[in-house]
Design a protein around this ligand. Structure first.
Ligand code: SF4
Length: 189
């Protein structure tokens, strides 16, 4: 299989003065991504209907204050996620349920980028070793065509991105969840 260097593509994009809508899954992952995006005007966007409870949603959203970041926070609508993954509840993490979940979040991010007039969009999701950057980038690029807002290709876990996220979130005493988000993954831990 061809190995694509997404970070090379990422670095090839000229950042100056460009408004980037950044879908943020959580503050710990954002710690590994934000330092790589200097030069962009970042519009962070928290849309994660996959999170299993309102309490957990609010807890994850509140952690951004420790980074000095104030994302646009979407109303919690877990039903959007459960409806989208109906029939896929027993899929293993990384399988078909996760692809639907990731695509749902990226699609809303693309729509939001268009709504707010962002020049391009991307997501923190690829910083996780459990997330397939190839799928994220292919989906993002398809959504870019659909909504007319370019997608910034990336694989933020590379070049020690995941280690950076772990180190900075520890230094800043940020709550780091021990499950991805949904009730189906939680059962597996
Ligand atoms: S394990 Fe994570 S990515 Fe997969 S469906 Fe659950 S919340 Fe979404």
């Amino acid at each position: 299989m061809q190995c694509i260097d997404y970070n090379r593509q990422f670095r090839a994009v000229v950042p100056q003065g460009r408004k980037l809508l950044l879908h943020v899954c959580c503050a710990p992952c954002s710690c590994g991504v934000l330092p790589r995006l200097e030069g962009y005007e970042i519009l962070p966007y928290f849309y994660n209907p996959n999170i299993d409870t309102r309490r957990e949603y609010d807890l994850r959203a509140a952690q951004f204050a420790k980074l000095g970041v104030q994302p646009m926070i979407e109303i919690y609508r877990h039903g959007e996620f459960t409806a989208a993954v109906e029939g896929l509840e027993n899929e293993p993490e990384g399988g078909a349920r996760c692809r639907v979940c990731i695509a749902q979040r990226l699609e809303r991010a693309a729509q939001k980028a268009k709504e707010v007039g962002a020049d391009l969009f991307c997501s923190t999701l690829s910083v996780s070793p459990h997330k397939d950057a190839d799928f994220i980038n292919r989906t993002g690029q398809a959504l870019a065509q659909k909504y007319g807002v370019p997608f910034l290709p990336n694989d933020f876990k590379k070049e020690n991105g995941f280690l950076l996220s772990a180190r900075v979130s520890k230094e800043k005493d940020i709550y780091r969840q021990d499950y991805c988000g949904c009730e189906f993954a939680k059962k597996a831990y």
